[in-house]
Design a protein around this ligand. Structure first.
Ligand SMILES: C[C@@]1(CC(=O)O)C2=NC(=C\c3[nH]c(c(CCC(=O)O)c3CC(=O)O)Cc3[nH]c(c(CC(=O)O)c3CCC(=O)O)/C=C3\N/C(=C\2)[C@@H](CCC(=O)O)[C@]3(C)CC(=O)O)/[C@H]1CCC(=O)O
Ligand SMILES: NC(=O)c1ccc[n+]([C@@H]2O[C@H](COP(=O)([O-])OP(=O)(O)OC[C@H]3O[C@@H](n4cnc5c(N)ncnc54)[C@H](O)[C@@H]3O)[C@@H](O)[C@H]2O)c1
Length: 196
């Protein structure tokens, strides 16, 4: 079983071994959340050329030295034995490791997710069906569209004002619980009143 946590990885060093489709997808995800990514691979697919963020590319085969200073490691080569070796080294050295072809060695996996500003909805099937995770994600993308980015921002701002203004915890809670039943337009109205 995997436990869900929200991990602050801004400026945390992440090393990915492998330069294929799976490594590319993981790389994009980590960059989305502000990590410092280094990639070691004997070859890289062309998609890597279109990455705008800063990534350190090392064209070489895997060596232990490359992951010594990384707290988070993804083993994403197409060589099962190398992936396993990376996984075991990381487990023995207190690192977080995602072995893309071996859930038993992995001590974390990457879920599907929908991100709308600070709203983050993630889906995992414990490795039983990545396809189902992806399908559920697509359903959630329709339900929680782009407008939620502004919605969550307004909720956060108004919540801060309510916390400042109301000391009584049960009154506070009632107000905060009620906010989520309002539409984006209604929140905008309230926000104008709070911040005028
Ligand atoms: C969610 C997502 C995140 C991401 O990678 O970004 C993700 N896999 C995605 C897609 C996907 N992966 C695969 C297919 C082909 C169809 C299929 O297999 O269903 C598709 C679908 C497609 O490509 O359409 C093949 C596959 N996946 C794994 C193995 C190895 C194995 O099972 O041992 C194999 C090869 C099996 C074989 O040998 O054929 C393993 C893992 N894949 C996970 C995550 C973790 C568990 C997540 C969970 O608990 O659900 C876990 C355990 C480890 C990890 O990678 O963290 C991303 C969806 C992105 C999105 O759309 O949002
Ligand atoms: N977790 C997932 O979501 C998922 C999805 C599909 C497949 N997989 C598994 O992930 C593996 C990788 O998939 P892919 O489509 O990215 O494969 P791929 O063949 O496109 O890429 C493999 C990469 O590993 C590199 N590589 C191989 N040996 C290396 C070494 N010793 N050192 C450094 N780099 C090395 C290659 O240069 C290549 O860039 C597959 O074998 C499959 O089992 C996982």
């Amino acid at each position: 079983m995997f436990y869900p946590i929200n991990f602050k990885i801004e400026d945390v060093k992440v090393t990915i071994i492998g330069g294929g489709k799976v490594a590319y997808r993981k790389c994009k995800n980590f960059l989305d959340f502000g990590a410092l990514v280094k990639i070691i691979s004997t070859d890289f697919i062309d998609e890597f050329n279109d990455i705008n963020e800063k990534v350190e590319f090392i064209k070489n085969s895997y060596k232990e030295i490359y992951i010594k200073d990384s707290y988070i490691v993804v083993a994403a080569t197409n060589n099962k034995k190398i992936n396993e070796e990376i996984g075991i080294y990381c487990r023995n050295n207190g690192k977080l490791v995602n072995v893309v072809d071996n859930i038993d060695i992995s001590n974390f996996t990457v879920p599907s997710y929908v991100k709308r500003g600070d709203l983050l909805i993630s889906v995992s099937t414990g490795g039983k069906s990545p396809s189902l995770s992806s399908k559920i994600k697509k359903e959630l993308e329709d339900k929680y569209d782009d407008s939620y980015e502004e919605y969550i921002e307004l909720l956060g701002n108004i919540r801060n004002e309510i916390i400042k203004k109301y000391e009584n915890i049960s009154e506070r809670k009632k107000l905060l619980n009620g906010l989520v039943n309002l539409s984006l337009e209604e929140l905008k109205e309230i926000s104008l009143n709070y911040f005028k």
